[in-house]
Write a protein that binds this ligand. Structure first.
Ligand SMILES: [Zn+2]
Length: 157
């Protein structure tokens, strides 16, 4: 993804780019999302996690996965677009854009999370890099724990 960005934005500057470029940026964003979603999906299947749907409609912030019965939503956040502190060193070439746009993105993420929580959802955000092989998968352990406790408490007595 980074290479593609560099090719499209040789000066590393995004400010004032024509609308068609912005549209292309958006296209890249959603393509990136799709591949990380696929990876997350494979991990869930392998782990035997059930009861989810991808890209549920009508939820604020467009979560990548919804666990409807447990009221848990899962976001897979691209390290670039959502401003991952651990991977940000890789993005230095686009720092000017990064500062403005990414800060806006993560602020919007926080607002969306708050709104989802008010609606009764638990919100789990996972960095794209946490899906890589060799990553410890803490998010998956947390997700399973949330699903177990929330489903248990949802059973009518
Ligand atoms: Zn990262």
């Amino acid at each position: 993804m980074e290479q593609r960005l560099r090719r499209l934005l040789p000066n590393g500057q995004f400010a004032g780019v024509p609308t068609q470029h912005t549209a292309r940026m958006r296209a890249i964003k959603s393509t990136g999302n799709r591949s990380t979603e696929k990876r997350a999906r494979a991990i869930l299947i392998r782990a035997g996690v059930r009861g989810w749907q991808m890209q549920p409609a009508g939820l604020v912030g467009k979560p990548d996965f919804l666990f409807a019965a447990a009221k848990v939503v899962l976001f897979i956040d691209g390290c670039y677009w959502h401003g991952c502190g651990q991977c940000s060193h890789a993005f230095r070439k686009n720092r000017r854009y990064w500062n403005a746009k990414i800060a806006g993105n993560s602020e919007r993420d926080r607002r969306n999370d708050a709104s989802l929580r008010r609606a009764g959802y638990r919100v789990l955000r996972v960095w794209e890099h946490e899906l890589s092989a060799g990553c410890d998968g803490k998010w998956l352990i947390r997700l399973k724990r949330w699903l177990t406790t929330r489903l248990a408490s949802a059973i009518p007595t």
